[in-house]
Design a protein around this ligand. Structure first.
Ligand SMILES: Cc1cc2nc3c(=O)[nH]c(=O)nc-3n(C[C@H](O)[C@H](O)[C@H](O)COP(=O)(O)OP(=O)(O)OC[C@H]3O[C@@H](n4cnc5c(N)ncnc54)[C@H](O)[C@@H]3O)c2cc1C
Length: 313
């Protein structure tokens, strides 16, 4: 019931300004976002890697409004990749990039469209990732960007076939997208989807989204690619485990993914049973939209959030 208003608030500039006065160290923010700097992100990565986990890092900063902000986003990734390589973590830690954070939605600048700017910027990040010895996954945002993001993915994969894609089970189109992307070497993260989407493009009930998630899992696990199963849902994890044995998938030919701060005991349980588990770490100053999407998923955390907001001094 609270999901819709919270997702609407995730796009509200006024509330954003109020909430951003909270320090990242405030309890609820800190439980989802370990910090704002490259150093804190690399340190959090080191902790998880020493516990046997893999990591993907997201420099927060969606919906940039000008070229300078997009370039600052790229610079943050280059700095992060250098930091990961210097700390000897690049083999276990990759990066997740939102194309809107590197220019996808910008109006044309200097004869280049927003999409072209994002593609050039993504290429620079992929090159730096490869030099560091790791990979990039393109996060998926709301449905108005799906075609553009998959188009940019296709271009990037010509030079960087290791680039990962994300597909969202709540979209009607996703089973077909899974079929198109289930080829050898294709890294595909399957998640349920985190945005507020209309009925015309997305399943609305939990049951329908879960059913679609399972259909997509079957396509990906039965295919030739490398599925990345991104969910905290115990039922989906159990179903994935039984599909893995049905399709004769060896451990290491797919992975589980969860968000930083979500079900850490389950992350460790899976690692102990021999699974590859990757934790998604968001970091940076622009944590507002990310935090609101997480609260929309777990409204029981809202009380903590309001308490942190009231006692922000
Ligand atoms: C690694 C990763 C990357 C993602 N990337 C994207 C992306 O690029 N684009 C996008 O749109 N979305 C992305 N998402 C978010 C995703 O789409 C969902 O919004 C989010 O994961 C919530 O869905 P769920 O499958 O975890 O379970 P839900 O349907 O939210 O919850 C189902 C059940 O799981 C359990 N559960 C869920 N969360 C928790 C928790 N924190 N603690 C304890 N139990 C819990 C509860 O029992 C709950 O009833 C990503 C998610 C992950 C894990």
């Amino acid at each position: 019931m609270l999901r819709e208003p919270l997702l609407l608030l995730s796009r509200s500039g006024q509330v954003k300004r109020l909430v951003e006065t909270m320090p990242v160290s405030a309890g609820i923010v800190h439980s989802y976002v370990p910090g704002e700097t490259t150093e804190t992100a690399v340190a959090a990565t080191g902790d998880l890697v020493s516990d046997g986990l893999h990591v993907t890092l997201d420099h927060l900063g969606e919906d940039v409004e000008d070229l300078a902000q997009a370039e600052a986003g790229v610079a943050a990734y280059l700095d992060l990749l250098e930091g990961l390589a210097a700390a000897g973590l690049a083999r276990k830690a990759e990066v997740s990039v939102k194309l809107s954070a590197i220019g996808q939605a910008l109006p044309p600048v200097g004869g280049r469209s927003g999409e072209e700017i994002a593609l050039d910027n993504a290429r620079a990040i992929c090159r730096a990732a490869r030099n560091a010895g790791t990979t990039v996954t393109l996060d998926m945002e709301d449905h108005t960007t799906t075609d553009s993001t998959l188009g940019i993915l296709r271009e990037l994969r010509k030079d960087f076939p290791e680039t990962g894609a994300v597909l969202q089970a709540y979209l009607h189109r996703t089973e077909a997208d899974c079929r198109a992307l289930a080829y050898e070497g294709s890294r595909v993260r399957l998640c349920k989807g985190a945005y507020q989407e209309p009925e015309s493009v997305a399943y609305q009930s939990r049951l329908d989204v879960d059913r679609s998630f399972v259909r997509c899992l079957k396509v990906l696990l039965g295919g030739q690619g490398y599925p990345m199963i991104a969910t905290h849902d115990p039922r989906m994890i159990e179903i994935a485990a039984s599909l893995v044995s049905r399709y004769g998938r060896a451990q290491g030919s797919y992975e589980f993914q969860m968000l930083f701060g979500c079900r850490p005991e389950e992350q460790r349980r899976l690692v102990e049973s021999g699974e590859t588990v990757r934790v998604y770490i968001p970091y940076g100053r622009e944590w507002y939209g990310y935090l609101m999407r997480r609260l929309a998923e777990r409204p029981q955390n809202l009380t903590f959030f309001l308490r942190s907001l009231i006692s922000k001094k």
